[in-house]
Design a protein around this ligand. Structure first.
Ligand code: PDD
Length: 289
């Protein structure tokens, strides 16, 4: 079990992996990233979808990336070297070191590619053991016109601030509201609710990341004839939902038992959440490569 870091094709032990203070990722958050996980030693979940999103993020910030083969090799080599039972994999691509310190992206010499691989302890298989509490953060999600949440950029200060706020409110995880007053997403996850047997999640237009787990879940719901809708959700609606759950690569599906100290449903993992998780778990192997 080990944590290893690939920097532009060279793999280092975690204690020897360093980045220049002149790297624009460090100075400005001028970077894009993806987090994937493996199931078993080396099978990555929804890898194609993650790569597709990576290229979209890069296009948003006018960062030209190397071809897919190069990136895939970096990731697979690093996973192999880490040799963990299951791996957390974080790919970060910065615009690189600048000739000058300044906004002009043309100062950047060439992008830097980093892959961090560490051991991943998956969430418990029993959905009832995954339950968490949440709070609605006062810190709003970024305006789409400022820093579009569709971009998985290295600038996560908005999310860090929301997390700090939720911790102060006694919640464990922060749900963020968009500037129009509707539920957007969590700091590192998408949000779903269930009401009268129907699943709901905010649309991409709410100003959220196009979460891969969210996308897979919507696909599975469609395939299984499950009733769902993407719709704008007011915080009060979320708080009075029958069930609420979060989704992300690392959490898969995670039931929320309270928001702002107010119980959701009966304060346990709901049946609809559990049912969806069963379907998700059954289909994971289809998305591995
Ligand atoms: N977070 N929203 C935000 C803001 C995120 O950072 C993430 C992912 C998600 C869920 O997306 P996905 O299903 O593709 O993981 C939604 C990763 C896991 C992280 O930062 O660790």
């Amino acid at each position: 079990m080990s944590t290893v870091v690939n920097i532009n094709g060279r793999i280092f032990h975690k204690n020897n992996a360093f980045v220049s203070v002149f790297d624009r990722g460090f100075l400005f958050g001028d970077s894009v990233f993806e987090v994937v996980r493996t199931y078993g030693k080396d099978k990555i979940f929804a890898f194609d979808m993650h790569l597709e999103r990576l290229y979209k993020s890069a296009a948003f910030i006018s960062l030209k990336l190397a071809g897919r083969k190069y990136i895939e090799k970096l990731i697979r080599d690093t996973i192999r070297k880490g040799n963990n039972r299951e791996s957390y994999v974080r790919l970060v691509i910065t615009r690189g070191i600048g000739r000058e310190i300044g906004m002009n992206p043309d100062y950047a010499i060439k992008p830097n590619y980093f892959v961090i691989v560490k051991n991943f302890d998956p969430p418990p298989a029993d959905i009832n053991k995954r339950c968490i509490k949440a709070a609605i953060a006062s810190v709003r999600r970024n305006f789409k016109d400022s820093l579009n949440p569709l971009i998985k950029s290295g600038n996560y200060l908005n999310n860090v601030l929301a997390h700090i706020d939720a911790m102060k409110k006694g919640g464990v995880e922060a749900v963020m509201i968009n500037p129009q007053g509707y539920v957007a997403e969590g700091t590192t996850f998408n949000v779903f609710m269930v009401k009268k047997g129907v699943y709901y999640t905010p649309p991409l237009e709410a100003g959220i990341l196009d979460g891969i787990t969210r996308k897979v879940i919507l696909k599975l719901m469609k395939e299984n004839g499950i009733r769902y809708a993407e719709k704008s959700i007011k915080p009060a609606e979320l708080m009075s939902a029958d069930e609420v759950f979060f989704t992300s690569t690392l959490r898969e599906i995670q039931p929320v038992v309270s928001i702002n100290n107010r119980k959701i449903g009966n304060g346990k993992a709901g049946l609809f959440t559990a049912r969806l998780y069963e379907i998700f778990a059954r289909n994971i192997s289809r998305f591995l490569s």
